[in-house]
Design a binder for this molecule. Structure first.
Ligand SMILES: Cc1ncc(COP(=O)(O)O)c(C=O)c1O
Length: 442
């Protein structure tokens, strides 16, 4: 399709795979209360309650959650050495934190917030419908032999670039479900191997992520024993992620960080199909209102949210439509077409989107490792460039001026949401480091 974009220079930058920043011209203060969205703020609170109800079952299924009583949460770490390595030392950068979803238990990525939630919620509903769990009954019963035997008659299916498949596969197998993960051609082999070891069926498609999801959906629709986790449409995934905003609010409060109109909050969220960053943005808008400014970040060759949202088109625009390849080392973000559901919800809520070349993702991976010993995957390091775009890119400066926050930047808080990495095997991580070191020598 022909892509029409009001800003010709921006289209030129995007189509040439140059790193760039887009600021959302449709942004509206208070958009979350607009009324005609397919989700609303009370859904985030409901999702929080669902997580709380599921927690004892999660603790029964995953040893690593015993200490938190079944809560899946990540640390909020203030950046110190890495702050200087990234040249964010001056006071105009305010305070910088990393939301370390790269260390999330159960699945090692932000996908633990979505995939695990949807699978466990489905299991609970199925058990109730079939008389396995009475109202007020102990939810831990679903970790027992009778429930496992019952769940083994069902298959959970999902299409994935890797991490969503890992989270859904791990959650499904922990409850005794069968699981099938449809992987795109670019999925990393170690993710496939890990799923196979868990007894998950992995179907590797010779096609991109969108096609893997389409195939998975067709197979699932023909068989009532298959429950399909639909990354292009799922409200459950979206709301599972959204609850992270409450966690962040509690952590910021615990650290004495104020968020209000004089102390803005910025989120930088790696984006694939948009579910994870969209869910977190929605939750954050529900919690912090207009004092939070959420930016998505994408690889220069796979900016699916950017090409669609900047076009303003009703019909989904893909990265192929502007001549990009969708080839990137950031496998979690190798998505050519964003979720229409997320696009609708984000239309007036997202602050903007910036893009990063693979070489920079790898350089940042090396910097995070050398400065703080962090193990991030390339998708996650995309978050580290947010403050630079906001404070150094002309459109970032314009954004701050338009929102009346230019003189407040020294009091701002930046959250670099590092979305995955701790499950990356040593050998794969070494190879990322080697690629980054060879880039550094050039
Ligand atoms: C590490 C990582 N970060 C970010 C994302 C983006 O999430 P979404 O596809 O929901 O936008 C993914 C997706 O798999 C991921 O694996």
């Amino acid at each position: 399709m022909t892509v029409e974009v009001p800003n010709a220079q921006l289209l030129q930058e995007v189509a040439s795979a140059w790193p760039t920043l887009w600021v959302n011209p449709k942004y509206k203060a208070g958009a979350i209360d607009g009324g005609d969205l397919p989700v609303n703020p009370s859904d985030v609170l409901d999702a929080k309650r669902n997580w709380e109800r599921l927690a004892p079952l999660l603790a029964a299924c995953f040893e690593e959650l015993e200490a938190t009583g079944g809560v899946i949460r990540s640390e909020l770490l203030e950046l110190k050495a890495l702050r200087h390595a990234l040249e964010y030392g001056s006071p105009e950068y305010g305070r910088l934190f990393m939301k370390a979803d790269s260390e999330l238990p159960v699945a090692g990525s932000i996908k633990a917030r979505g995939g695990v939630y949807e699978v466990f919620l489905f299991a609970e509903g199925l058990a109730r419908q079939n008389g396995l769990l009475a109202d007020g009954g102990d939810i831990r019963k679903l970790a027992g032999a009778e429930a496992r035997d019952f769940f083994s008659g069902y298959t959970i299916a999902v299409g994935s670039t890797g991490n969503l498949g890992l989270s859904v596969g791990i959650a499904a197998r922990a409850l005794g479900f069968k699981a099938t993960v449809h992987m795109s051609f670019d999925a990393k082999q170690w993710k496939v191997d890990r799923l196979l070891r868990l007894g998950v069926e992995v179907i590797k498609h010779e096609a991109d992520y969108t096609t893997a999801v389409e195939n998975a959906r067709v197979v699932a629709e023909a068989d009532p024993s298959i429950y399909f986790v639909d990354d292009e449409k799922s409200r459950h995934l979206f709301l599972g992620y959204s609850v992270a905003a409450y966690e962040l609010a509690e952590q910021l409060k615990g650290l004495g960080v104020t968020v209000d109109e004089n102390n803005p909050l910025f989120l930088y969220l790696p984006c694939g199909i948009g579910g994870a960053p969209g869910g977190v943005t929605f939750g954050a808008k529900a919690v912090f209102g207009d004092n939070v400014h959420a930016f998505f970040v994408e690889p220069v060759q796979s900016p699916c949210a950017l090409v669609h949202m900047m076009s303003g088109s009703e019909e989904l625009v893909s990265v192929y439509d502007v001549g990009l390849t969708n080839k990137t080392e950031a496998d979690g973000m190798a998505v050519a077409r964003m979720s229409a559901f997320v696009a609708t919800v984000m239309r007036e809520m997202l602050a903007g989107i910036y893009t990063v070349p693979d070489a920079d993702l790898l350089r940042a991976l090396l910097a995070a490792y050398e400065a703080e010993g962090l193990r991030l995957e390339p998708s996650a390091t995309a978050a580290l460039f947010g403050p630079e775009f906001l404070l150094r890119h002309p459109r970032g400066e314009e954004f701050c001026a338009q929102r009346g926050i230019r003189d407040k930047m020294g009091r701002a808080t930046h959250i670099l949401w590092t979305t995955g990495g701790s499950f990356v095997p040593d050998e794969q991580f070494e190879s990322f480091l080697a690629q980054a070191r060879s880039l550094a020598q050039r």
